[in-house]
Ligand binder design. Structure first.
Ligand code: 3PG
Length: 389
């Protein structure tokens, strides 16, 4: 794959696809991790003397109509503040963008364009015609084969990977394909069903797989324990059993909590009670792992050479059910191993426990991060490889 760093961008029209899909409240960006992650790429292209044109989607608007709720305006303003330079938001950009070297232009939400999601060829060619060089830097959207991620890369005069995309691929590649042993994956979240393929493919690589949240509850149920009223998937108990068998066959293990923290309601005011996993009652909700389990998991983290983390252990938004995720976060922060964290909830935990500087690599990908872990090819990366072949 050609890298942006290897191309002379001076005086060139450079179209950079970033993933600036960030949460907005009342016209303001509420979490700017993705914007900050894209800054070095933008600055490098700018410093090289390019006309910098940025593309991104935000949210999932209806195609074919402008809708202010999905405008990138707050992103343009935030970006401008972070860069200390004006960023011009261009509403109508498909038929051409005028700009001088030194300009930084943000094209309005790519998903307002009909054909974006369908990876339409005519639209892709229009995008390609805007530039001399197309830079794919949106790791978070690399799993989407859409006009601004995939189609444009086929038709642009030059298509290359930006520094953020390259860094993501290097870090995730190192964790998955050259992991320092032992390797540990932590996969939390509500449902086994949405992460079944991730769990399954992780078992081909890891020595240990820690599961959290509703996923863990399904595994607890698969071991024959009652989970009361907890979130779990009775239909997936057989799959959970099969995963445990696979783990055993691969010499890996999926530790199941020995103790849990239960509440009677899912609320901030719910009283938390620590119980043995054997003592969960019919009206209990398991909302976190207990302290004994958390300490055991921290020990596993400490011994790991590689840690891949996606998903919290409990309902860490409520402090009384945050213990497991907090202990885990601290253990990852203290670890000497190579650690990678990705996904929205995981990054919220990283922020809450202020461990960002101690995690080896924080991915900007949500769905893309998971697809990478599943071993799937990311179409927006594959097309770059095809172009440089
Ligand atoms: C994400 O937030 O995971 C990416 O920006 C992709 O967004 P999408 O799921 O709407 O394609």
């Amino acid at each position: 794959i050609i890298k942006m760093q290897d191309i002379n961008l001076s005086g060139k029209r450079v179209l950079i696809r970033e993933d600036l899909n960030v949460p907005i409240k009342a016209g303001k960006v509420t979490s700017d991790a993705r914007i900050r992650a894209s800054l070095p790429t933008i600055q490098q292209a700018h410093n090289a003397g390019a006309v910098v044109m940025l593309m991104s989607h935000i949210g999932r608007p209806i195609e074919g109509q402008y809708d202010e709720t999905f405008s990138l305006k707050p992103v343009a303003e935030h970006l401008s503040t972070l860069l200390g330079k004006p960023v011009r938001l261009e509403k109508d950009w498909l038929d051409g963008v005028s700009g001088q070297p030194g300009d930084i232009i943000l094209c309005e939400n790519v998903r307002f364009n009909v054909g974006e999601k369908a990876d339409d060829e005519v639209l892709s060619k229009k995008m390609a015609a805007l530039c001399d060089v197309f830079v794919m830097d949106a790791f978070g959207t690399a799993h989407r084969a859409q006009a601004s991620t995939h189609g444009v890369a086929k038709f642009a005069p030059i298509a290359c990977a930006g520094p953020l995309l390259s860094a993501e691929l290097d870090a995730l590649g190192q964790a998955l394909f050259e992991p320092a042993q032992p390797m540990l994956a932590i996969v939390g979240g509500a449902k086994v069903s949405t992460k079944l393929t991730v769990l399954d493919s992780m078992l081909d690589k890891v020595d240990q797989l820690i599961v959290g949240g509703g996923i863990a509850n399904t595994f607890i149920a698969a071991q024959g324990y009652s989970v009361g009223k907890s979130l779990y998937e009775p239909d997936l108990i057989d799959e959970a059993k099969a995963l445990m068998l696979k783990a055993e066959q691969n010499g890996a293990s999926i530790p199941v909590p020995v103790d849990v923290v239960c509440g009677k309601t899912f609320s901030e005011a719910a009283q938390a009670t620590v119980k043995s996993v054997k003592d969960v009652e019919e009206d209990d909700l398991i909302l976190d792992v207990g302290p004994q389990t958390a300490a055991q998991y921290a020990g596993i983290v400490k011994a790991a050479g590689t840690i891949v983390w996606n998903g919290p252990l409990g309902v860490f938004e409520f402090d009384q059910f945050a213990g497991g995720t907090k202990v885990l976060s601290q253990a990852i922060a203290d670890s000497d191993g190579f650690s990678i964290a990705g996904g929205g909830d995981t990054l919220a935990a990283v922020d809450k426990y202020d461990i960002a500087d101690q995690v080896s690599y924080i991915s900007t990908g949500g769905g893309a991060f998971l697809e990478f872990l599943e071993g799937k090819a990311l179409p927006a990366v594959s097309v770059l490889a095809e172009r440089s072949a």
